[in-house]
Design a protein around this ligand. Structure first.
Ligand SMILES: [Fe+2]
Length: 321
């Protein structure tokens, strides 16, 4: 008897929002934002809840914002890959955000390197939505560009040495905690600098994919990060970041059906971008929609099919190095 698969289906509308997820949340351009911890806690500084707590080897989060809202410049100690469900988003990078910028849209992917500052903003006229994969079970904490902590302090918001936020207009800093100081000039120099052409190699645009929509041609898979093995094929990745703790690919096609069941010893999740998908797990079936996340139980036999034309679904797998 396998567990009820519905317990592993996380619908977009059921995600748990944090409305003040980070220290910059009271600054203009950051006030109208929801951040979601879908699988694992992520790096949120004000955690409101986690949809699926079981460790997967990676964390999955989500963010949606009003126009002109987004995230300030920050760095991570593990991989950060963005999956855009609805754009446009402008990404910018460098300690002052001036090293480069790019606007990305629905279906585009960007994998930012560790140890560099990046930020993003919704540059559309409606709410924009994207998901983020962070490498490893413990994705560490965010390091903010110094200006972010300085500006946040003017709104009363400070980050403590245990990575919690205090709004000093409403509460006191606990006696046994101290406020995290902004990075000094020497510390800033330890972060890496990337040119636009460097980051371009970390981007895959949806419109550039050769989506052969013939049904069941055997050419219905994409590998973004790490070698992706499926349907007796091994696809080399389009982005050369490795040892991130996960493999990242996609499947697409007009009513594409994977005929053979397969199983894995590691975690695997499905996230449709386009169309409804039917997932078969041994003798159970489940339907998942765009922006839903389904985590397949480890070792269970599974296969899937697209119920609509032009289906497109992301597949993220735990990879033990
Ligand atoms: Fe981030």
């Amino acid at each position: 008897m396998i567990e009820n698969l519905n317990n592993r289906l996380i619908k977009y509308q059921d995600l748990i929002p944090s409305k003040k997820p980070f220290v910059e949340s009271k600054l203009e351009g950051h006030k109208d934002r929801s951040v979601y911890s879908i699988i694992g806690p992520g790096v949120t500084e004000e955690l409101k809840g986690i949809s699926l707590t079981e460790p997967h080897g990676f964390n999955l989060g989500g963010v949606d914002t009003a126009p002109n809202n987004g995230s300030s410049l920050h760095s991570h100690t593990t991989a950060e890959v963005f999956l855009i469900h609805k754009g446009p988003w402008k990404f910018f990078w460098g300690v002052n955000g001036k090293d480069g910028e790019v606007v990305l849209n629905k279906g585009d992917i960007v994998s930012f390197p560790i140890n560099m500052f990046r930020g993003f903003k919704n540059v559309g006229s409606e709410r924009s939505i994207m998901y983020t994969i962070l490498g490893r079970d413990d994705p560490g904490v965010i390091t903010w560009s110094p200006e972010v902590l300085k500006k946040a302090k003017n709104t009363g918001m400070v980050l403590l040495d245990d990575n919690s936020i205090v709004d000093t207009t409403q509460e006191k800093i606990p006696e046994n905690k101290s406020v995290l100081a902004p990075l000094n000039d020497e510390e800033v120099k330890t972060f890496d600098i990337y040119r636009p052409e460097d980051i371009e190699k970390c981007i895959i645009r949806y419109q550039d994919l050769q989506l052969n929509n013939d049904t069941n041609t055997g050419l219905n898979f994409i590998s973004y990060i790490e070698n992706f093995q499926i349907d007796n094929k091994t696809l080399p990745p389009m982005i050369s970041h490795n040892q991130l703790g996960f493999t990242f690919g996609a499947v697409f096609g007009n009513q594409f059906s994977l005929k053979n069941f397969y199983s894995l010893d590691t975690h695997e999740i499905y996230i449709p971008l386009e169309g409804k998908w039917k997932i078969y797990c041994e003798d159970q079936e489940i339907i998942i929609n765009p922006m839903d996340t389904f985590s397949v139980p480890v070792k269970l036999k599974r296969r899937f099919e697209s119920l609509e034309d032009k289906g497109f679904m992301y597949i993220v797998r735990e990879k033990i190095d």
